[in-house]
Every structure is written in C-alpha cells, then in structure tokens.
Unconditional design. Structure first.
Length: 426
C-alpha cells in the first residue's frame, strides 16, 4: 500500500500538478533522476525575475533598470513553461539545453524533440504565453525568464545551449541569439528566417561563436526566405549556417532524421566554441554577471584583441559597443579614451578593414534580397514585393557606385535592369 502511494505521488509530481513541490524535484540530485526516470513538468513556474540581460535583446543598451514603458504590468512569477529533464541528467555534469519558442500561446516542440533529448541527455524547455499574439518585448522577457529559471534548476552548458523556435517563435529565437550570443552555442529556427544586429562587434561575435541550423519544409511558405535570403546573407558574410529542407512537409516542425542531423551539426562546433572561450572568457556566459562585471570582462577582451594585428579591428568594434551599451559605466569612458587616441593617430590601418567589412555585408544584402524577391513569393508576403524590389535595387546601386568589387559590380550592373523590369510589371 505504501509503495502504491509513493508511486502515485511521483506521477503527480512529474505531471506538474504541484508546482511548489516540483521545485524540489529538480534540485541537484532529484528523486526522479535517482530512480532513473525522466521528469516532465508541463506548467513549471518561474520563481524569480531573470538575472540575464534581456533588455539588450530589444534595444542597443543595457541600462541598470528597464526604461519606463518598455514592459508594463509584467510579473515573472506568473509565467509558466514546459520543462523536460531526461533520465540521468543531474548536477555533476553540465547538460545541453534546447530552449524552444512557440508561435502559439502554448509550449511546443517536445513531441518532436523528445526522442533526441532522451538519447542525448538534452534538457528541453518551452515557455507558455510567448506566442505571436504576445508583444515582441514581452516574448523576449518570457524566454529569458525561462532560460534563467532552467539554469537555476539544472546545471546547463552554455556552449551546448541551443535556442530555437517554430515560425514566429523562430524569429524571436533569432532576435535573442544574435543579441546575446554569449548565452548560446547555436540556433534552431524552424520555418523562420532572420537578420543580424547592426553592431559590428555583435556580427563578429555571432560569426565566431554561433551556428545556425535553418530548418524548413519542402512545402513551407517560408522556404524561399530561408533558402534564398537568410542563408544567402549568412553565408555571404561568414556566418556558419546550413539549411535542412525536410521532404513531404509544409509549415511544420520536422522530426527524426532532420533534427538528429541538425543537432549533430551544431555539436560539431563545440570544440571551436570551447577554444574561443578559453582565449576570450567573456565570449561565454555560464552565470549571471552584473552589468559592471560584464563590461569589465568585455573591455579586457577588447584590450587583448587590440594587441593582435589580426584581431585589432574586432577589438576596436568591441570598444565602440561598450561605449554605447554601458554608457554610464567607467568602461565606457575608458573605451572612449582609447577610441579618441586611435582616431587621432596618423596610421589608421583599421579603416581599410572596416570598409572591406561593410562592403562585404552590403554585397551579401544585395544578393540575399535579390535572390528572394526575384523568385516565387508566397501570397502572405506578396504585398512586400515592391518594397523589397526597391531595396534590392538600392543595394545593388550602392555596390555599383562603390566600384571596388569587380565581380559584384558586374553582377549589380546586370541585375538592376532586370529588377527594374520586374518592378515595372507590378
């Protein structure tokens, strides 16, 4: 009789019917893991507001307090998420994590990822109430609340933390990862495209740390955006990315072989991420540093980069980033002093690197928008065709006016009349 009662209690805990008790379930060596059972909590509570820098994902600064009106009437402790911890995951070895954002108000993705999670020992989390109907800023905050809560409960490896999402949720995942790459090792946007931040140092950070597994379906209406625009842009500037197009599905989350291959490919970059973190510790964040700690760490990294001819430009852009992101901290003033000194120097070799970097990005943008808008567009996006045609023409015109990349100039000269002809037919 006693054994039966204990078995029933465990079932209740695993189903998440008693959230206050489930806090104990996922402490260091939980009852479920000791018994060799997976733990699933469908309504896992957020116990505290996130300590992570969510504001930077929706702005270009990291202030001490959220600006007035940025996020009103929000209570972290009222948020819930779905949490799955496979058997054998404990506190001694940091586990990989898939953090998955849904386009609906309910968590999604576990049914497709569960077999992979069980085999590889991957923790899975997906927030509720973070769907497309929720304002973007609030969605970002919910996701970051979820990430921090998971990291409070389970020892997680940031080099093996993969943020993803389906459709609109995938776009939110891209927004967060490209702003805060230090928290992640890769991105799994499913049936969703995305862009990079404008900050030069963030582009470098993304290129050096993250991998993007871009998943789509053979009949997905976003397939063209992913294959022709996002992948063209990313590959054109050196972002490590790969597209998987699952056969016989449309706008849906693939399963089985596609997810297995994508995860294995993301894991293939682990040694590189670890090596980067050994050289530049601030490129990986496993805890929750204060603003001053993070600024100090990034400033120290920038100074180290300035000592290398190869990395000088990236150090310079990091100083520019510090100046804007933490403009009220001492590191901002220190960064400004170095920038002024470098700007006054007669020898300015970084300018050529800067121009080359901007040119590469411009050419990649031209090719990406051109490739997308000149191909078949789904009816959902047809009303954007004219504006995208204008953008492609503008990008190519800038490439031609620049006149420095011979191949790109020839390509732009050839493509502009074709794009104008398409525009005239609209």
């Amino acid at each position: 009789m006693t054994r039966h009662k204990h078995s029933r209690l465990r079932q209740i805990l695993l189903l998440g019917c008693l959230p206050s008790i489930t806090l104990l379930l996922l402490s260091s060596d939980s009852y479920a893991q000791r018994k060799g059972q997976p733990a699933l909590i469908s309504q896992c509570p957020i116990t505290e507001p996130t300590r992570l820098d969510w504001i930077f994902a929706v702005s270009n600064q990291s202030p001490a307090e959220a600006p007035a009106g940025l996020l009103e009437n929000y209570d972290s402790t009222k948020q819930r998420f779905e949490l799955y911890v496979p058997a054998g995951v404990g506190s001694r070895v940091a586990a990989p994590l898939i953090l998955f954002v849904s386009p609906s108000q309910k968590a999604t993705g576990l049914s497709q990822f569960r077999r992979l999670c069980d085999r590889e020992g991957i923790v899975f989390a997906s927030p509720h109430l973070a769907g497309n109907k929720t304002p973007g800023t609030r969605r970002v905050r919910i996701v970051m609340d979820t990430l921090d809560e998971v990291r409070r409960r389970v020892k997680i490896d940031p080099d093996r933390t993969y943020i993803g999402g389906f459709s609109g949720g995938g776009r939110i995942a891209m927004t967060i990862a490209t702003a805060l790459p230090e928290y992640f090792g890769g991105v799994i946007p499913v049936c969703a495209g995305g862009r990079l931040r404008t900050e030069l140092w963030l582009r470098e950070r993304v290129m050096s740390r993250l991998r993007f597994a871009l998943l789509t379906g053979e009949n997905d209406f976003n397939r063209g955006e992913i294959e022709r625009m996002t992948q063209t842009l990313f590959s054109g500037i050196g972002v490590t990315s790969r597209v998987w197009t699952a056969k016989r599905i449309g706008h849906a989350i693939p399963s089985g072989k596609t997810l297995d291959e994508a995860f294995a490919w993301l894991e293939d970059g682990l040694k590189d991420r670890q090596a980067l973190a050994r050289r530049f510790p601030a490129s990986r964040i496993s805890d929750a540093p204060s603003r001053s700690e993070w600024a100090r760490q990034l400033f120290a990294e920038a100074e180290l980069r300035l000592e290398s001819e190869e990395l000088f430009y990236s150090g310079l852009t990091q100083l520019m980033g510090i100046r804007v992101r933490w403009n009220d901290l001492p590191e901002s003033d220190k960064a400004l002093a170095i920038l002024k000194k470098l700007d006054a120097a007669d020898d300015r070799p970084w300018e050529a690197v800067d121009v080359a970097s901007q040119r590469r990005y411009l050419i990649a943008q031209a090719r990406a928008v051109d490739a997308y808008v000149s191909g078949p567009l789904p009816k959902q996006y047809h009303d954007q065709k004219v504006s995208m045609l204008h953008a492609a023409i503008r990008f190519w015109s800038q490439v031609v006016a620049d006149g420095q990349d011979e191949d790109a100039v020839a390509e732009g000269t050839r493509r502009i009349p074709i794009l104008k002809s398409i525009l005239d037919s609209e």
